[in-house]
Structures are given as C-alpha cells and as structure tokens.
Design a protein around this ligand. Sequence first.
Ligand code: HEC
Length: 244
Amino acid sequence: MKKLIAILSLALLPLTGFASGGGPELESAGIDLTDDAAMQRGAKYFVNYCQGCHTLKYFRYERMQDFGLTLDQIKENLIFDKSKKVGDLMTNNMSQTAAAEWFGAAPPDLTLTARLKHGGGDWIYTYLKSFYIDKSRPFGVNNVVFPNVGMPHVLMDLQGVQEAVIETDEHGNKHVAELKLVKPGKLSPEEYDQVAKDLATFLTHVAEPMKLERQRIGIWVMLFLFVFFIVAFMLKKEYWKDVH
Ligand code: HEC
C-alpha cells in the first residue's frame, strides 16, 4: 500500500505547477473562455480596430460560430471586405514591406500571440492598457510592457491619454512607476478595461479554440489512467504473488 501511495504521489507531481519568472508586472484580466458575449464583443473590436493592420491568418471567420454567432451574423457584421467568404482566413490587404517601413516593424499576425507571450491573455490585456505619451517616439506613444513598440495607440480615442510617472532607482535605471489618465477618452476607465478584456478573451480563444474541449477530455483521460493504474497494479501483485 505504501508503495502504491508513493507511486501515486509521484504521478501527481507534474500537476503542482511551476513558479513563473521575470518581466514587467501583468494585470490579471480574469479571462473566462466560456463567456461567449465577451468573445463576440472582442471579435467586433478586432475587425474594427485591429484587422486593418493585424491578420489572424490561421483563423477562419466561420469558426466564430464556436462562440455563438450565426454565419449570417458573421457575414453581415464582421466581414467588411465583401470579396471575402465566410470560410476564408482572417487576413487583410496590408503589404508587409510597406507596413515595416511605416511602423518600423510589420504588425505581426495575432493568431498565436496569446500563446507566445508570457502571461498570455493577461499580457495582451495589460499591453492594451499600458500605452503612454512619449514625445520621443514616432507615434508619440510608448508602452510599459512593450518598450519602444511600433504600434500607435489605436484605442486612445476610447481610453484617453495616459502619462507615465517615471522613477529612477538607486542604480540610475528609469522605470515607469505609474500611469495617470490625464485626458479622459470616450469611455470610463472601467468601460475601457472591459474592451481590453474582451479583446484579450477573443485573442485567447483564437490562439487555442479547442482549449476547453482539451481540458474536458483531459480530465476523462486522467480518470481513466488512474483507474487503469489501480487495475494494472493489482494485476501485477496477483501475478508476482507466487514468484516471491
Ligand atoms: C496602425 C496599425 C496597427 C493597428 C490598427 C493595430 N496594431 Fe497592433 N501592432 C502594430 C505594429 C506595427 C506592431 C509591432 C510593433 C513592434 O514590433 O514594434 C503591433 C504589435 C501588436 C502586438 C504585439 C504582438 C507581438 O507579437 O509582439 C499586439 C498584441 C497588438 N499589436 C495588438 C493589437 C490590437 C489588439 C489591436 C486592435 C485594438 C491592434 N494591435 C491594432 C500595428 C497596429
């Protein structure tokens, strides 16, 4: 029995997780991948504010059915380029080379960003909230989690204008201690947070549409393996009984 417990606790070890490291502090968006309404709003913001520059080249419009939209709703409200079909990938017409010239870096495809960035959806959420005025930058803004970013603050209209309170530490390194809203936008800070959260939720879903399904199946697989392990263990005991 002791042996069984020892083996079981070893088997469960990977579930205990690892500590995460470094980087600027991220705000938790509290993303809920079962929140269809949030993903629908996020998709709407994406096609209106982001798709001009960013593609989702591994994601098809029609997959938005997964969070409760009908094909007609997608066609009418979310596809602006009428040459596109609902089964097409979410690309755009921006030339990568021209964009690289304009912004200093071409706007990257965002399909997998939520998986590539440390912090995932929380990174995107914090990024969208962390633009601040910096006259030394080409578009007049900088970003706390992405220093010297090439992207203009496309949601400034909604969020308003933020200024950074810069602090210098004992080693002479400058860092942003705090962001202050100096000119309100069309939305209140709470409403803007919701917009950022909706976009982050949508992009997290896009990065791994099967995540909930994977977790659901995963639990059954673990349960099966657990039961199978006990059966196998008892069988092994039975076989070896006569040998010892
Ligand atoms: C005017 C063009 C433009 C628009 C519109 C735009 N972006 Fe960007 N974005 C960029 C560029 C350029 C970069 C790359 C910046 C760099 O590498 O310095 C970028 C970078 C990013 C990144 C970081 C990606 C990475 O892999 O590092 C994210 C996330 C992002 N944008 C999200 C958004 C979202 C969400 C919207 C819509 C609200 C949006 N962007 C709208 C131009 C744009």
